[in-house]
Design a protein around this ligand. Structure first.
Ligand code: GDP
Ligand code: MG
Length: 163
């Protein structure tokens, strides 16, 4: 079967932007308001010559206990459960936040393979966040820019090595 790749992380880190880049078309809504991707989305995509099944998720805010966030959490956990590989995104411009640690823990508990992407790394603004990302204990972060395509080659190498 096609390798299933879940794109995971807190709101606004660039999950839908990455999803659309790998899908090759704008299927997921990109928005700078947190939590805009309400439903779980799947699409075929490719990374270089590697065909994939992508699963976009809405990042949840663990501090809110209303029904929608519980739903978002369930969907994220289902996506991780179904995945062969998780891509955990952080916003390197924001550094590592407590919610990033929550997502890292959810993935760790799942036992699924994970690659850490320090997104928004184009330019100098992401440099310190890239170093901070080692704190998450998920190995060496890949310096990435979903908006500009930087780091795609490194991501390809890591995915091929991991699957
Ligand atoms: P999601 O909530 O994690 O799905 O994040 P989105 O893909 O909707 O993106 C949130 C915001 O971050 C949008 O304004 C995007 O244009 C912006 N964004 C996404 N990727 C990048 C990137 O690589 N660099 C920069 N500077 N902004 C990005
Ligand atoms: Mg989204």
């Amino acid at each position: 079967h096609l390798p299933r790749i879940a794109v995971v992380g807190r709101p606004n880190v660039g999950k839908s932007t990455l999803f659309n880049r790998l899908a090759g078309k704008p299927l997921a809504i990109v928005d700078d308001r947190p939590g805009v991707t309400r439903d779980r989305r799947e699409a075929r995509g490719r990374l270089g010559d590697l065909p994939l099944l992508l699963i976009d998720t809405a990042g949840y805010d663990d501090s809110e206990k209303d029904g929608l966030d519980a739903e978002m959490r369930t969907q994220t956990e289902m996506a991780i459960h179904d995945a062969d590989l998780c891509l955990l995104l952080i916003d390197a411009r924001a550094g590592v936040t407590p919610l990033d640690v929550v997502f890292a823990d959810v993935i760790r508990r799942s036992g699924k393979p994970v690659l850490l992407l320090a997104n928004k790394c184009e330019g100098k603004a992401g440099e310190s966040g890239l170093i901070d990302a080692f704190e998450l204990g998920m190995g060496e972060p890949i310096a990435f820019s979903a908006a500009h395509g930087a780091g795609i080659g490194d991501l390809y190498d890591a995915v091929v090595h991991t699957l």
